[in-house]
Design a protein around this ligand. Sequence first.
Ligand code: FAD
Length: 383
Amino acid sequence: MNFLLSSEQIELQDALRRYLHAEVAPVVDAHEAESRMVPKHIVRAMRDFGLLGGLLPEASGGFALPMTTYGMLIAEVARVWPSLRSIVSTSNLAASVLADGGSSALKDKYLPRILSGEAIASFALSEPNIGSDAANIETRATVTGQGWKVSGRKLYISLGPVCELGVVFVRTGEAGKRQVSCLLFERDMPGFSSSPIPKMGMHSCPLGELLFDEVDIPRGNLIGQEGAGFSLAKKYLNVGRCVVAFSALGIAQAACDAAVRYAGERVQFGKPIASFQLVQHMIADMLTLVETSRLICYRAAAALDQDAADSQLLCSMAKRYATDAVLRVAEQSMQVHGGAGYTALFPVERYYRDARHLSIAEGTNQIQSLLIAQGVLGVSALK
Ligand SMILES: Cc1cc2nc3c(=O)[nH]c(=O)nc-3n(C[C@H](O)[C@H](O)[C@H](O)COP(=O)(O)OP(=O)(O)OC[C@H]3O[C@@H](n4cnc5c(N)ncnc54)[C@H](O)[C@@H]3O)c2cc1C
């Protein structure tokens, strides 16, 4: 019995698993080794499983899936290809912001392209001087006759080097939360450029820096009210944290599966290493971490679905717990593999590299600790 999932959810999970196993798994290693972007046809196929536009309302072209279903799908994709997971969830994050605050004309123009997988979208908040302190962004938008002129740099932006468009958070007044606005930009706007940043893992989901050099963005590209950009970012970062937690769960599951498989195959002292108690101890630790991650992920997802008062708190807990747990699982899985685990001949070193950024992105785990404590103490360490 699976008390977390309904029979419909399990059916959807099975269909996605079959596709990932047959069409995706065989191409992952080569693409990651050569830092080739996930092929567009695979990104587009994610639409058929509800992964592109999953959480968006049907009126915006989405599937209005509950977070529990969407999270389950995200974990399955991350289990096979974390780069693909990141592409799908970054595009969805940008699409959710657009669907929430964009005018009908803006939504009609851009949402179908993002949700079909035809256009890759980015979410540009972080900057060289602004990471955890996201309310104080420095990228500046000044009013012109037609809209805004935007100047500034955005750093560590997933899909930055390849996105066709994106949502960018800019300062439209003096520093402070109520002065941040959100605008939609396109790659071919004069003055926009991007460059890639090499990184440790997820080589098929490029990361980059965006440069806005006096880019003219039309008035109609404003998303939400002027000055309401930071609340919009915060609203979706909370959902993003739950998504990151499910991604960690998926990678942890893959690392655990690999260790169980290897322990059964590898023979030392005339026996499979699975028969040694110290190896069994590592396997037991890994399984326990995976199952506790699963519980907190679904707990946070259910709270989001019910719009519960503690949903923000639970998303921060799930994000912090699952993204710490996956590192311990990947580390132990590497240990079970011995020397093989450190080589690129086995997938476990990639699981570690692909999981490592999860405790940093979407708000570091230190910031999650502060948000969790603030939720119960009522005192913020961030002001
Ligand atoms: C792979 C990857 C993908 C990313 N994708 C995106 C993206 O698509 N869009 C986007 O906008 N950003 C993205 N980011 C950026 C990410 O959101 C930031 O890296 C993150 O918010 C942390 O900011 P920072 O790197 O500037 O670290 P900093 O804020 O400089 O923090 C450095 C250290 O100080 C700690 N710290 C900071 N302030 C406090 C405090 N008040 N109390 C305690 N500890 C504190 C942090 O926890 C951390 O350990 C991505 C990052 C990575 C690594």
